[in-house]
Ligand binder design. Structure first.
Ligand SMILES: [Zn+2]
Length: 131
């Protein structure tokens, strides 16, 4: 990748990893709180295998509180698999390089701010992206 330094990329790898751990912890905690044998089993399994268990999570339980976490974890996991490819850090819509400052704030970002904003406006959300 031509514009990210090795240090920048390593810093983003770390950020994704720690975000992933936080999300996994939150999701597992929410599952345990639900306190059914099924949800506790899933929580244990989830902490062990993560990605493989993501699909099960969707089906298993309707826990509105962690839906956002699961969606974010999916984005983070996806970014982790993408970070060493040339597509990482390039806007999916306009193919411009996404500035490092934006990636620092949101390492799983797939679009530049302009395209993300345009997309959210199309989706009917009035709120601007956090960055
Ligand atoms: Zn763009």
């Amino acid at each position: 990748m031509r514009y990210l330094t090795i240090e920048q990329r390593e810093s983003l790898v770390k950020a994704l990893k720690s975000r992933s751990s936080v999300l996994v912890g939150e999701i597992a905690a929410a599952l345990r709180q639900k306190d059914t044998p099924e949800s506790i089993h899933l929580a244990n399994r989830f902490e062990e295998v993560r990605e493989e268990a993501l699909a099960d999570l969707e089906l298993a339980l309707d826990i509105a509180a962690v839906e956002r976490d699961i969606a974010e974890l999916r984005r983070v996991t996806e970014a982790q698999s993408r970070i060493h490819t040339p597509e990482y850090g390039v806007c999916a819509d306009c193919s411009e390089v996404i500035p490092y400052t934006r990636l620092q704030a949101e390492p799983s970002a797939v679009r530049c701010i302009a395209c993300q904003r345009a997309r959210e406006e199309r989706a009917g959300k009035g709120t601007p992206p956090s960055l």
